[in-house]
Design a protein around this ligand. Sequence first.
Ligand code: MG
Length: 252
Amino acid sequence: MKIARFSTDGDPRFGIVDDDEIVVLRGDPMFSGFDTTEERIPLADVKLLAPVIPRSKVVAVGRNYREHAAELGNEAPSEPLLFLKPNTSVIGPGDTIVRPSQSSRVDFEGELAIVIGSIAKNVSEADAASVVFGYTVANDVTARDLQQKDGQWARAKGFDTFCPLGPVIETEFEVASQAIETRVNGEVRQSGRLDEMVHSVASVIAYASAVFTLLPGDVILTGTPAGVGPIVAGDTVEVTVEGIGTLSNPVR
Ligand code: MG
């Protein structure tokens, strides 16, 4: 099922995407199940929002595709390289990525995002799938100059608007060799496959949950393929993960 979080002028609501309509749910399906109402709304009549606002954190994995690590002069690390993005960096589909005045080089990074569905601590790789609510698409927007200047990544990865998520959460997605592609103004800039990850989704969940308690609604970004590059005002950046959908955001 494709789960959308949306608004029609009022408070955010949740629904199941059924072709070009949304079947409205009674509450947040992560906490109150998939209890549907009678109401159906055309997709064209809603504003899609970030499908989840991470409860406590966005955990992200750096350099998890070998060719991407190499393009920035790094080796893929033998263990997942974790960092955090604040939940205030999250925006939804169609929302604007704002390049901050402190940076003169802001890059896109198209990524698969894991949405955690239950409290998770010290989860084994074998049990990792049981704590996943579903998957969505992310853009790990990065101030590349500040990443190099600061030596750690809190600022470079943490600006407001630097974590677009969406358009929906696919609850039946199983990670295999699906395509992941990023386009800027329609031109393909990143083209990879999810099975090129150095550290698998299951191993990343196990590794991260040995550090942090993961809460329902937390999100894990799984790293970006090769081809990262800058975005400037007026650009539109789109990230597509086959089987989930396309996340599109304008830039200013
Ligand atoms: Mg990244």
